[in-house]
Design a protein around this ligand. Structure first.
Ligand code: SF4
Length: 346
């Protein structure tokens, strides 16, 4: 309740307002004005949230899971790992300036650079399928899904999925499936009958972790060797062979350690001159901007190398370790509670 006085001539009158009632009245008027008061006018976001990728679709092998968002090696290896688990999967190219244009055209105003680049990259790919390869929007919506991470952590994993859906709708792909897996969700998420297209059991997570760790190893070695190579291009040539071996190992469920062991020999054969003095420049900051290797950070790693530096990159393992630390820390904090909380084991 709220009260205020009104004056009519020389008389003052006390008016009592029911604020909740006023707000409800205002909301009803606004809903009517915007056409949101009819049941068939439900907001698009609600319609898109429950779109499913089913087990039957995965087993038919005609739905392609698109992945992207990390370094080029890691996106490629995640493709290999999921392929080894029976998915039809494809990684997107590293986002470029053209992807940024798509992101700006179809995304919300005032988003950050990583959002525009990553969302735009997906929209760009789908527009290429439609406008250059002649697929209809309906075929694309039926035959592709996009997999992205979601969690209660940084905004990158929170609002992205909504932003993807908004841009996709505006680009003409209303109903395109954006799948979300939560790093905090454990092994049981999305495992209901309808949603079992992504079988989020231990093999799924183990496959992804293998891909991320192998990508870290390859990236860390590559960035340490390349600045000192004697024959320009020899490190990249070795890395191409190494990546192919690791990808094949993941895709055929063979030992990734074996592939990494042979990588050691490949990189060991690259001739280097360690006597060249070089400044070591650490790249750190916003997660995607420091991880991407394309236009999203003006190809910062390559730029530093061209300018005569060694790029000291951050590894994705640090993020994995952080999530493990967070879980342990939470458990430790709860260990000495006198009563039980909402945790599974009290
Ligand atoms: S943390 Fe990254 S993704 Fe999140 S708003 Fe900032 S720049 Fe964008």
């Amino acid at each position: 309740m709220a009260a205020h006085t009104t004056e009519t001539g020389s008389k003052k009158k006390l008016v009592v307002l029911d604020v909740d009632q006023e707000i409800a009245k205002f909301e009803a008027e606004e809903r009517a004005r915007l056409g949101l008061d009819k049941p068939d006018q439900a907001q698009w976001i609600e319609e898109m949230v429950d779109l499913k990728f089913t087990k039957a679709q995965r087993e038919k092998y005609d739905t392609t899971v698109l992945v992207s968002g990390l370094t080029m090696a890691q996106d490629y290896f995640v493709e290999g790992a999921l392929k080894g688990l029976g998915y039809r999967v494809m990684h997107l190219e590293c986002p470029d300036t053209n992807a940024l244009r798509y992101g700006k055209e179809f995304g919300n105003r005032g988003q950050c650079n990583p959002t525009y680049f990553t969302v735009g990259n997906l929209v760009k790919f789908l527009c290429t399928l439609r406008d250059q390869q002649g697929m209809t929007s309906e075929e694309i919506i039926n035959k592709y899904v996009f997999l992205t991470a979601g969690a209660c952590g940084p905004c990158r994993f929170g609002m992205y999925v909504t932003e993807y859906r908004k841009a996709l709708r505006d680009a003409g792909f209303d109903g395109f499936r954006v799948l979300l897996f939560q790093q905090t969700g454990g092994f049981d998420q999305a495992s209901g009958e309808d949603a079992a297209g992504l079988d989020m059991k231990p093999p799924f997570f183990i496959g992804i972790v293998k891909a991320l760790l192998a990508g870290d190893v390859v990236n860390a070695l590559g960035y340490r060797v390349r600045p000192y190579e004697v024959v320009p291009g020899s490190t990249d040539a070795a890395l191409d062979r190494i990546k192919k071996n690791i990808y094949d190992a993941l895709a055929t469920n063979k030992s990734v350690f074996g592939a990494l062991w042979s990588a050691r020999k490949e990189l060991g054969a690259v001739k280097v001159d360690r006597l060249r003095p070089k400044p070591r420049v650490s790249i750190i900051g916003e997660f995607w901007a420091m991880t991407t290797e394309g236009d999203g950070n003006y190809q910062l790693q390559r730029f530093l190398e061209q300018e005569g530096a060694e790029a000291d990159i951050q590894l994705i393992s640090a993020w994995l370790l952080y999530t493990i630390w967070e879980g342990r820390n939470d458990v430790k904090n709860r260990m000495n509670l006198r009563g039980s909380d909402g945790g599974k084991y009290g």
